[in-house]
Design a protein around this ligand. Sequence first.
Ligand code: IPM
Ligand code: MN
Length: 326
Amino acid sequence: MTVLNAVENTLGLNVNYEFLEAGDKCLQMHGIALPEETVKSIMKSDATLKGPVGETAAAVIVKLRQLLDLYANVRPFKSYPNVPCLKPNIDFVIVRENTEDLYKGFEYTLGDVAVSLRVITRAGSERIAKYAFEEAARRGVKRKVTAVHKANVLKATCGLFAEACRSVARNYPSISYEELYVDAAAMFLIKKPEDFDVLVTTNMFGDILSDEAAQLVGGLGVAPAANIGEKYGLFEPVHGAAWDIAGRNIANPSSLILAAKMMFEWLGFKNNDEICLEAAKVIEKSIIEAFRRRCVTPDLGGSLSTKDMGLKVASLIGEVASGKDP
Ligand code: IPM
Ligand code: MN
């Protein structure tokens, strides 16, 4: 909020914030992890910024993704200055299908046998593939889409997903298209991460690969995510509640700040709003400047607390926006 308030003051942006409850504490206090009131307010808002919620994540975020049909989970991974990265020139996005697959939650126990249903649809696969190609076109850098699956073994589910990706690829002749099996993709992410542009994959593979990818560029502390549907957008860090460091004022706020950047970018494109697009740029520039000056939390080798890093980024917002060389 410190950073968001600075953005508002500096750019003359007027945002009304509503603070809504969800998660472990909410369950403890009200007996429900995702109250109806929270869902209703989200549906009335232009965008949602969400923090980690703890053990109740499945009842909160997985449910929200389904309820709001947030079918695209977009996770950018980029090398930033002074942030420990495997290579200096990493810049790719994982576009993870966000509503199907094992996350449907169709699980059954039959005595000592447990079964989980993997649901993949042609419509769901085509729309996420289309999102990935549009993203590659919008980024305009390497103009490449890599579909990640395991169709050599999962012939029905991954077979359908791969087929859908190929059929969408035919509509984008100017964007190159390749496929990788998920195990090979896990390897190439480490071997040649700089070659990737947009990876598109099914829900569970995307979950796993995005934690791996985060580690290539400094860890979960700097990895934001956007959950996007036709109507709604929900933005959050890739990381969870991190109980081991909770309450110590040392957590890296960068993922959440970068999630706010993604939120303004989405609002800007959606509503053709120049100020929101500017807000997104200013937030990213300010956080890069904080990295450059090593004004960061201990996980990135700095000595600032969570709060002080937020204050630092907020103070850089003004400098960056005024065009002064910060
Ligand atoms: C993520 C998280 C969630 C997921 C958990 C918290 C339910 O790991 O957003 O990547 O598995 O999708
Ligand atoms: Mn995850």
